[in-house]
Design a protein around this ligand. Structure first.
Ligand SMILES: [Zn+2]
Length: 465
């Protein structure tokens, strides 16, 4: 069974850890073996492969669910402190901010001007499904069959939840036991970045410019950037490690804005509705809300429809609310999504063109508030990001699959505060947030190699500056 497999492989995995102080307690190896691997050079990157897998398995046991209702959870704080202590054990300069952002800075060891390179990932996991007491199952030499888990869960290579599995035959994959998610989103990214940091710390001869790393607390509840300013993170060129499989790179995504439109009418008693306009905020709000989505005042369709596919943006009337029993006030919540910020701006312009006529017709006051939730990283990316990514992937033997996503990433949330975008790199995650979540060890390892190659590529940028 997969369970027994797991124990056997963990013992093997410990071999790769013998040269790491952080794992000294788990090492049961002889001095002889320890000496041998202590001299592992960076040329033998493979020596970190088992370290990376072992680290991932260990992190799946760190509970770190975030919450929509709490600023941060106790388990998140516990996990942040463990990661912080582990980075300290590498001998690197690390800080833990007031709101538990982990920040690492490594000074440049090359002469001349090299752009500052940033790496990000997130240590929280989704509150959408159970993620306490995760028991990872390691499957070596995957045989191509459907994987039956507890809880009636099946990861089936013939179904969507296992469609990438056929490429993993003979390789190592990791699943949950079916009663929880796996938390590869984003423990895979955290494992990759932690192992990259450890590699740099243990191989001081490796050339690099200034490196900034942030491991954020609340990505899965949409608040990854909430307190990013507590850290000095502001790299020239950055990469987020929180992507899927098979060389995927997210190079663009929706711009996302929330437009709150408040319509203020006049309070009154229902008996006098006809004279004093009871509920008179509601009707103009409906006119505005309903009228706004499909057509402008001129009857022309707005550029952002309320249904869309592919790269088409959209606007959705998300909610209509009457705050604190005040029928004289109605608040509408519009969600705007579009790959081009110009589309969103045009929509808001159209809204403001309609407002005066609705105000005049119904004798109400209308105000608007715009909240920017995330931005399209592709619209604010370093001009060399694409070239560097191609070369770093090629050196790892990976073909990049550049994608644009109809959703936000950590990088797209950071963009709102930092004004700079970042690509999101594959990490080996499959089916994030689901009981059938699984990890491709091969892809996670390739991603780790990409992280080191990106460092090399940025050092090479020196001559072009
Ligand atoms: Zn994630």
């Amino acid at each position: 069974m997969k369970g027994t497999h797991f124990i056997a492989v963990l013992a093997v995995a410990a071999l790769g850890l013998s040269n790491l102080n952080a794992y000294a307690s788990s090492s049961t190896l002889t001095n002889q073996v320890t000496r041998k691997v202590a001299h592992a050079s960076l040329a033998k990157q493979d020596s970190y492969r088992q370290v990376l897998l072992e680290r991932f398995l260990k992190y799946t046991t760190y509970d770190s669910q975030s919450s929509e209702k709490k600023q941060i959870t106790d388990v998140q704080i516990e996990t942040a402190k463990k990661l912080f202590a582990e980075i300290q054990s590498f001998g690197l300069n690390v800080t833990l901010s007031d709101h538990y952002y982990i920040y690492v800075e490594i000074p440049s060891n090359v002469k001349g001007n090299v752009p500052t390179l940033g790496f990000s990932c997130h240590y929280d996991v989704t509150p959408d499904n159970p993620a306490t007491g995760i028991k990872a199952r390691l499957i070596e030499k995957y045989d191509g069959q459907p994987i039956a888990l507890e809880n009636g869960q099946v990861i089936d290579p013939a179904k969507d939840n296992g469609s990438y599995l056929p490429t993993q035959i003979g390789k190592t994959i990791v699943t949950s036991d079916g009663t929880t998610i796996l938390s590869a989103d984003d423990k895979a990214g955290v494992s990759i970045i932690m192992t990259m940091l450890q590699t740099l710390a243990q191989n001081p001869g490796k050339k690099h410019g200034k490196i900034q790393v942030v491991i954020a607390p609340n990505e899965d509840v949409g608040r990854a950037a909430e307190f990013i300013e507590e850290t000095p993170y502001n790299p020239d060129i950055a990469f987020d490690f929180d992507g899927g499989v098979d060389g995927e790179v997210v190079v663009g995504n929706f711009n996302a804005e929330q437009v709150l439109v408040t319509v203020k009418g006049h309070p009154g008693h229902q008996s006098h509705a006809a004279e004093n306009g009871y509920l008179n905020a509601w009707f103009p709000a409906c006119v505005l809300g309903a009228g706004l989505c499909p057509v402008t005042t001129g009857g022309k369709p707005l550029p952002l429809p309320n249904k869309s596919v592919g790269k088409q943006g959209y606007v959705e009337l998300h909610h209509i609310d009457y705050p604190a029993n005040t029928p004289s006030v109605a608040v509408m919540d519009f969600r705007l999504r579009g790959f081009n910020q110009a589309e969103l701006d045009q929509w808001k312009e159209d809204l403001h063109r309609i407002i005066p006529s609705v105000e005049e017709t119904y004798g109400v006051e209308i105000s608007t508030e715009v909240r920017r939730n995330y931005g399209n990283v592709g619209e604010a990316i370093h001009p060399e990001a694409m070239n560097i990514t191609r070369r770093a992937f090629a050196a790892a033997g990976v073909t990049p699959d550049f994608k644009e996503e109809r959703a936000g990433t950590t990088a797209s949330m950071f963009l709102i505060k930092l004004g700079k975008g970042a690509f999101t790199i594959f990490t080996g995650q499959n089916n994030p947030h689901a009981f059938t979540e699984w990890l491709s060890e091969d892809d996670m390892y390739k991603s780790y190699r990409v992280s080191l190659n990106l460092i090399d590529e940025v050092v090479r940028m020196k001559s072009t500056k």
